[in-house]
Design a protein around this ligand. Sequence first.
Ligand code: AMP
Ligand code: MG
Length: 186
Amino acid sequence: MAKKLDQIIVVDVEATCWEGEPPPGEENEIIEIGVCALDVATGQRLDKQSILVRPERSQVSEFCTKLTTLTQAEVETGIAFSEACDILKKQYKSKNRVWASYGDYDRREFTQQCQAHHVEYSFGPTHINVKNLLALAHGLREEVGMAKALALLNLPLEGVHHRAGDDAWNIARILAELLLKLRGIK
Ligand code: AMP
Ligand code: MG
């Protein structure tokens, strides 16, 4: 199927984490996938979804809860990683569309977890790194975090930072600004 350019699928993930290395026997796993479809023609954000994913090889630490607000009890109500990937493929046609995230972390996390869990990679080959694009477009000396990027563009940080659905929503707004400015619409 040809690559569709009608929407960009903006994705952000939260993963189990610790202050340092994972405890013995545990590994980083995705616990929340945030998705926001961006309409390319208008720059409008079409929807926002948070998919909770049940970890299989790790537990949510106190450190992780402090960062993300997510608890072990909450993520246990989530679905399996493979089911979440199916939602991306079916609902968002993620394999046939361009996708985007803030930095390279989310792309690496997906690649690694799909391999480790023997799940087909959820996306097509075209990925936009919004963090890099913003820094280049604004001639910054180095890349900046999402909160700083929003401030730089005079945009509000909507929702809770480090919750994947809200992060995806805010990242989509940054990308929309960049695209519309590039087209001379803003
Ligand atoms: P974010 O999209 O910025 O909320 O971060 C995504 C994931 O990266 C988090 O769910 C954590 O697994 C990890 N992470 C982010 N910031 C930190 C941090 N300061 N220390 C450890 N892990 C982090
Ligand atoms: Mg996040």
